[in-house]
Design a protein around this ligand. Sequence first.
Ligand code: PRP
Ligand code: URA
Length: 208
Amino acid sequence: MAKAHESTHPLVKHKLSILRDKATEPRKFRELVSEITALLTYEATADLTTKERSVVTPMGEAAGFQVEENIGLVPILRAGLGMVDGIWDLMPDAQVWHIGLYRDEKTLQPVQYYNKLPTAPTVGVCLVLDPMLATGGSAAATINIIKKWGVKKIKYIGILGAPEGIEHLSKEHPDVPIYLGAIDSHLNDIGYIVPGLGDAGDRQFGTG
Ligand code: PRP
Ligand code: URA
């Protein structure tokens, strides 16, 4: 089976269980998406490069560091939007480049409706954000767009993934590491993750 990083962190497991619960209301759901994303981002960014930067403390000079790479967050609309704030708390200077895709309900194929990327890339690293990796079609299409834009270092961060989506994404983009809160059992006959959490967009935006 294709590989993905599945978090083993107790806080992720705890928060994910509340997130899955059908009784969890949109306000709490949004808070949890944000917190889980921040925890997953900590795991996904351990290899960012840094450069030295000395700082003056009240006691004298200290050797310090700063993250060297410009980082772009790429939330896939709609559901990926809720993952931005948790990362912005950690990296306030990250750029955000939205990609709009929805999944056709019958074919399960991604349909693009928004992309305003400028001609030349403005970041060195992209974190693609979408809570649900189901068939993997939306994530793979978004990563194709980012690669065409010219970015080479790309990571996918999601909250739940199905084995089918992990297989698809890692076959089409073997160079893109996949970070997930949990890997679930399978997709049902209408392409939903089981046991999953239902429709991530509807649960965040109260539209279900
Ligand atoms: C959901 C989800 C992903 C996609 C995953 O979006 O947020 O973008 O489905 O499915 P896939 O892996 O099979 O492509 P949806 O199409 O429901 O749009 P929304 O976020 O606007 O609700
Ligand atoms: N999109 C969702 O929001 N949930 C799923 O289970 C699959 C795709």
